[in-house]
Design a protein around this ligand. Sequence first.
Ligand code: CS2
Ligand code: MG
Length: 402
Amino acid sequence: MKIVDAKVIICSPGRNFVTLKVTTEDGIYGLGDATLNGRELAVASYLTEHVLPLLIGRDARRIEDIWQYLYKGAYWRRGPVTMASIAAVDTVLWDIKAKSLNTPLYQLLGGASREAVLVYGHASGAGVEETVKAVAHYLELGYKAIRAQSGIPGLASTYGVGRGGMYYEPAEKDAPPENIWSSEQYLNFVPGLFARLRKEFGDDIPLLHDAHHRLTPIEAARLGKSLEPFHLFWLEDPTPAELQESFRLIRRHTTTPLAVGEVFNSIFDCQQLIQEQLIDYIRTTVVHAGGISHLRKIANLAEIYQVRTGAHGATDMSPVCMAAALHFDLSVHNFGIQEYMHHSAETDTVFPHSYSFEDGLMHPGETPGLGVDINESLAAKYPYQRAYLPINRKLDGTMHSW
Ligand code: CS2
Ligand code: MG
């Protein structure tokens, strides 16, 4: 099954996406998400200039061999650009293989381990009461698990507060917007938010929160401890995780479950976190962590240490990634939860798909392959526009994690 064509499609139906499309001599084509929010063209160039010429003429059935060829063959290993590029190729090849066998991808990953996939949505508000209303709205939409983020009194803007009811699009055109940050104000505020949410909605609904890499380990320990009465489903990215051992300090102080990994791109970024059971959920996703083949290896390591998956699924992952993630989620034994932010209507028309949401659960559908396509003529109507993630500065102007 030789590869005869490969191309990168860049489009911006509401936000930028990079999609790899590869076609075999049999006329079967596969898709892969290659979107790296804020650095899209780096991945597009890595694929177009360095990877695609190597794919032509190769046997599309050799998924693992091509993965290793691109990983070891680059010599320079890991990193978000390389691993998103490999992820896109890997996802394409799984899509092609499943299509050629006329079966939905999850059947090739071990079949279904559950009937459907629990997802969580993003509720946010400028303050506590608006966030309460947003959580109520997500409950009306049928979500069974909800992440709650709020503006912080005294801070003009902060991570996670959307512009409108549903969508949170952190990529901003032209230049990175600058947020101002105070950990002290945040730490003093968040426990009250969850006290209010538990008072309003009771103890049963799984509530999640994303600290988004902005605390030191001891601050994260304080936050985890202060949230224990509200028993969150997870506290995400409590501290930057480049130094994996820093989670030992947090773990010593709190039983609040911890989730990390959306910015990881290989098993080596999380090996210590998993093996020392410093986290409870690993957030790596298909597009950023080397594709389905590598994500399975991460999940298999995590299973041994009772760490569950909790894949990243914000709108900067395209429907191609969401479809691949849902096939993976349906099958993997140590599944935890899947993040799901609705894409815009424009995005959904460019990427028609068979996955569906109902009553807080999702299913990838029974279409052979991933069950997602790209309308190339429509995609061409949404040209790429450079966009950046916001940056964060402390009150004194010092750069900080956003
Ligand atoms: C966030 C994301 O979804 C999440 O948990 O951390 O919104 C993240 O900020 C974006 O994906 C960055 O592009
Ligand atoms: Mg996050």
